[in-house]
Design a protein. Structure first.
Length: 463
């Protein structure tokens, strides 16, 4: 404590004498634009989500139809206030659906009819409400209560099908919910506003529905046959398929619409291993067709990656960058939340608090890049003369954009920082500068000058 007070006193004296010379570093605007290919519209893809229940079974399932070959499955063990769960989706924590250890599953379906929803008196949920539902809900009624309590999205271009282990299912649209009975089917249209006999995506809907109606029993084989009958080929094929046994906590995973080979996960067993993430492709023996499909995208990424020489950094370097940032209004990105964090050994740019965590790879202590199917960009941090980072320059195919740092995240084990104010920002800069050799030299000079004045004053009193 004494050491801290002495240091604070030194800093206070220094502020009085040298406040005017402190200034922020100017960002470098000379970086070139980064070229990347825009991903195709989600609306050209498919996705079929199904649920079936009888006296013995409660099963959920989906076909994930798209063109990003970097598919993943994540396992999150339970923690205080959260159920254990598994998520499926794409690299970069771009999950599409999942299941929890209480027997609740969901998946989403893109819809090419965006709907604006007024917030009204509901509080806006800061993250992704479907994931929140998996974390805290064990049944569909709880899910509906959550969506009734919170404003989920300003614009809906999707819908969600939830199903639980006790026989309930629901499709949540932006302005309506559609309860299921012994089965439920969702594809890529709003059933509340679309004529089921005259729509672009109704063929898969009617195929699945008719197979449920003709079935004598709801079981894994029926679910597999329905997913096989509704899978897609072509530019947006079915990349993976899942069947969730909601009573037994089992996950059946299929790769690239090959329903002859299956990977079965015992969810409770996987959660007991702790957090882990698996690349779907590496879980299967027969992956030749998948590799051929992925070749074009992987070749594109390899060509871009050859432009960079990544380096190994001590993770302590990242502490200077952690926190929230504000981007410009004219930046065309899928999300408007930007936070830098250190997660699972990587520096990541979070586009949402609980989704789209984009890994940043360093080429120096201040220069980083991200490359994936969805995004390719560079980030250049701009420390000022005192080493303090107030923001970064974000570069992509559209240009260079300046981001301002608006809060600081404490490193692990330290207290979480409050949003940065003018005073706290100034104090942080001074505190960091106080540890430099320049500060020590100036403090010594000031101390000597002060002692000289003090001695002259004492001599005048004795004269």
């Amino acid at each position: 404590m004494k050491k801290t007070l002495i240091r604070a006193g030194q800093i206070a004296i220094f502020v009085v004498l040298f406040l005017g010379i402190l200034h922020s570093g100017q960002p470098d605007t000379g970086r070139g634009q980064i070229s990347r290919e825009k991903s195709a519209s989600d609306f050209d893809a498919g996705c079929t989500v199904i649920y079936g229940v009888d006296d013995d079974h409660a099963l959920g399932g989906n076909n994930e139809d798209y063109s990003d070959p970097n598919t993943r499955i994540w396992f999150f063990p339970p923690e205080e206030g959260k159920f254990g769960l598994a998520l499926v989706g794409y690299d970069g924590f771009i999950w599409q659906g999942g299941v929890n250890d209480q027997g609740l599953f969901f998946d989403g379906m893109a819809v090419d009819e965006p709907v604006q929803v007024e917030q009204g008196n509901k509080p806006a949920y800061p993250g992704s409400l479907p994931l929140k539902a998996l974390e805290v809900c064990s049944d569909v009624d709880c899910v509906l209560d959550l969506f009734d309590e919170y404003h989920a999205y300003d614009t809906w271009a999707f819908q969600f099908l939830f199903g639980d282990a006790i026989g309930n299912s629901v499709i949540i649209e932006p302005r309506q919910t559609n309860r299921g009975g012994s089965f439920n089917v969702g594809t890529n249209f709003y059933q509340s506003t679309t004529n089921e006999n005259e729509c672009r995506y109704c063929d898969r809907y009617w195929t699945a529905r008719s197979m449920f109606e003709r079935a004598d029993v709801i079981d894994v084989e029926l679910m597999r046959d329905i997913l096989n009958s509704t899978h897609l080929d072509g530019d947006y094929p079915t990349l993976y398929s899942t069947i969730y046994d909601l009573k037994e906590n089992l996950i059946y995973l299929y790769l690239f619409h090959n329903f002859e080979e299956v990977k079965v996960f015992d969810l409770d067993e996987e959660l007991s291993k702790g957090y882990h993430v698996l690349e779907m492709e590496k879980l299967f023996q027969d992956d030749l067709d998948y590799s051929i499909f992925a070749r074009t995208e992987r070749s594109r990424q390899a060509d871009i990656r050859s432009m960079y020489i990544p380096v190994e950094l001590d993770p302590s370097v990242y502490a200077a960058y952690l926190g929230d940032y504000q981007g410009p209004e004219d930046l065309d990105m899928a999300y408007e939340y930007y936070s830098l964090a250190y997660e699972n050994g990587d520096l990541i740019l979070k586009m949402k608090p609980d989704k789209a965590w984009l890994k940043l790879e360093p080429t120096s202590e201040t220069e980083y890049f991200h490359l994936s199917y969805f995004e390719h960009f560079e980030i250049n941090f701009q420390p000022d003369v005192n080493g303090v980072v107030d923001g970064f320059v974000f570069s992509n195919a559209d240009g260079d954009y300046e981001f301002e740092r608006i809060s600081i995240q404490a490193p692990a084990g330290e207290e979480e920082s409050q949003p940065e104010t003018l005073f706290s920002s100034l104090w942080n800069r001074i505190d960091k500068f106080s540890g430099t050799n320049t500060f020590i030299f100036l403090a010594i000079i000031f101390g000597l000058v002060f002692m000289q004045f003090l001695l002259q004053y004492l001599r005048s009193l004795l004269a």
